[in-house]
Design a binder for this molecule. Structure first.
Ligand SMILES: [Zn+2]
Length: 321
């Protein structure tokens, strides 16, 4: 059970069942980086090879070849499928493919190794088939199977990597104090009257987080330096954590947005999921509201995918009852 103070403040539960979770934030504020210019790359553009290293790792991206689909020219149109459906206890893992790339968006938490590999096998793929693992952010329920994909490039925000690894270093330190935690998650100060909640969160992070499971350092391509494949776009979606990114894909059936925890659930049921609280709740709500204007299919971080049209029908049906 969550303490009353948590309910009163309308914050989502944190951590996994029976245990609470924790994490922290530097309070770094707005992300000044505009990805729009960089992501408006032309088809076939190859990014700098400066981050290439192990020859066994898949090449980055690029190539040519366009198809005219419903009057729109799509270079390498994507298909996006759900590998693991998001729910109260697990994060969404999505598979985006085109004729050149096999991209996994997020990788789940440690106990999902088999589930993830089985889901890939059902799509005729193995871990070696995956060319990129893209992390919306690095909370342990989204990132702790990256290491299974030893040939893939791992893409995430460098600032998110620094923020999260610094946070988790502190969480696992013997000299950890509440003040250090509040530096990362200032809104957790509301629990000063019941620090047991925060310490329970710390315990869960200590149990599930491992920096090694994020993959080898030479596999990483920082989002800030990366030119994404044609038809794929990174969108800065802060609030859940400061450097959270969601990803949109152009498919033959329209656009798909893999929102990650920028939209924990499609509606107002965030509280029913075992996720981390936002570092800044107002910013999270603002981001979520913007994403709900996305024209296409949306994959939330802890909910099944949906389209706004379907959601409107659902609401209309409920209103009729
Ligand atoms: Zn998260």
């Amino acid at each position: 059970m969550l303490p009353c103070s948590r309910k009163r403040l309308n914050l989502p539960p944190i951590g996994f069942r029976k245990e609470s979770t924790g994490s922290f934030t530097l309070g770094l504020g707005e992300d000044p980086l505009s990805l729009e210019k960089r992501l408006a790359c032309t088809a076939g553009t190859r990014p700098s090879e400066s981050h290439e290293s192990a020859s066994t790792i898949h090449p980055v991206c690029g190539g040519a070849g366009s198809r005219l689909v419903a009057g729109v020219m799509l270079n390498h149109p994507w298909t996006v499928e759900t590998l693991i459906e998001g729910g109260a206890l697990q994060a969404s893992v999505s598979l985006a493919r085109n004729d050149e790339e096999v991209v996994l968006i997020d990788s789940g938490y440690p106990r999902q190794e088999k589930q993830l590999l089985d889901a890939l096998a059902q799509h005729g793929l193995t871990a070696r088939s995956v060319t990129h693992v893209v992390n919306t952010h690095l909370h342990f329920d989204h990132s702790q199977n990256n290491h299974l994909f030893s040939r893939a490039r791992i893409v995430c925000s460098r600032r998110e990597f620094e923020w999260m690894t610094d946070l988790c270093d502190r969480l696992t330190s013997d000299s950890l104090t509440l003040e250090q935690i509040y530096k990362y998650y200032p809104e957790l100060k509301s629990f000063e009257d019941d620090p047991k909640v925060v310490w329970a969160m710390v315990k869960v992070v200590q149990r599930f987080w491992s920096v090694e499971r994020l993959g080898r350092r030479e596999q990483f391509l920082w989002l800030e330096d990366w030119v994404s494949p044609d038809g794929m776009k990174a969108i800065h979606t802060p609030g859940h954590v400061p450097f959270h990114y969601s990803y949109s894909f152009e498919t033959r059936a329209g656009a798909v947005l893999v929102a990650g925890d920028a939209m924990v659930t499609r509606g107002d049921a965030d509280q029913n999921t075992m996720t981390f609280p936002p570092t800044r709740r107002a910013e999270y709500e603002e981001t979520k509201k913007k994403l709900l204007g996305f024209e296409g299919t949306i994959v939330p971080g802890h909910d099944a995918l949906f389209t706004l049209t379907a959601l409107k029908h659902e609401e209309a049906r409920r209103a009729e009852k």
